[in-house]
Design a protein around this ligand. Structure first.
Ligand SMILES: [Fe+2]
Ligand SMILES: [Fe+2]
Length: 185
């Protein structure tokens, strides 16, 4: 905790604590491990404040995948870098927690419920403020898959509206979610 206070701004720390709290509450509703959800929520953005050059250097040193999208938007690397930090600095060995941190920004097909809890909690924790957030907060408790699909759709729609490139992992995650719904999952 002390280390997080040193590396995150006060807003980032509030966001980490809010994500941990929301993730824990969703895990309880969905029958997931609350402790794991809180821990992943707390640590998911531990590299969010890093400058682009530090993220790129760390990713290269640790042989993380750095595609052209990440070269253009190094901030995307804060998720996989955060997963390495969770392991190396915090001693977390649990692969499910590490993957939840690594995929919290773009999503990934086949994500576990825990990882999807972190994805959603990140977007609806109490410090977030945008037009649909209240609706998503209540929907997350009533119909988690629907809240998740809406959140992913919002994220992609936002990028389209801003004329931004959509990372293929985000598109693959979206397609997987839609397919899963059709299959009744
Ligand atoms: Fe993040
Ligand atoms: Fe976050």
């Amino acid at each position: 905790m002390q280390h997080l206070e040193q590396t995150l701004s006060s807003e980032q720390l509030a966001h980490a604590l809010g994500t941990a709290e929301t993730a824990g509450a969703l895990a309880k509703i969905l029958g997931c491990d609350e402790r794991k959800a809180r821990l992943a929520g707390l640590l998911h953005d531990s590299a969010r404040g890093w400058p682009a050059e530090d993220l790129l250097a760390f990713a290269q040193k640790h042989e993380l995948a750095v595609d052209n999208y990440c070269l253009e938007q190094p901030v995307l690397l804060h998720a996989p870098v955060g997963a390495v930090l969770a392991k190396e600095q915090w001693g977390i060995e649990d692969e499910e927690i590490l993957k939840a941190i690594a995929h919290h920004t773009l999503g990934s097909p086949g994500m576990t419920v825990l990882a999807q809890i972190i994805y959603l909690a990140d977007k609806i924790e109490p410090n977030r403020s945008y037009p649909q957030v209240e609706k998503l907060r209540s929907l997350a408790r009533e119909d988690f898959p629907k809240a998740l699909r809406m959140t992913v759709a919002n994220s992609i729609a936002y990028q389209l509206a801003k004329n931004q490139i959509i990372h293929p992992s985000a598109v693959k995650y979206w397609n997987w979610l839609v397919q899963k719904t059709k299959e009744g999952g």
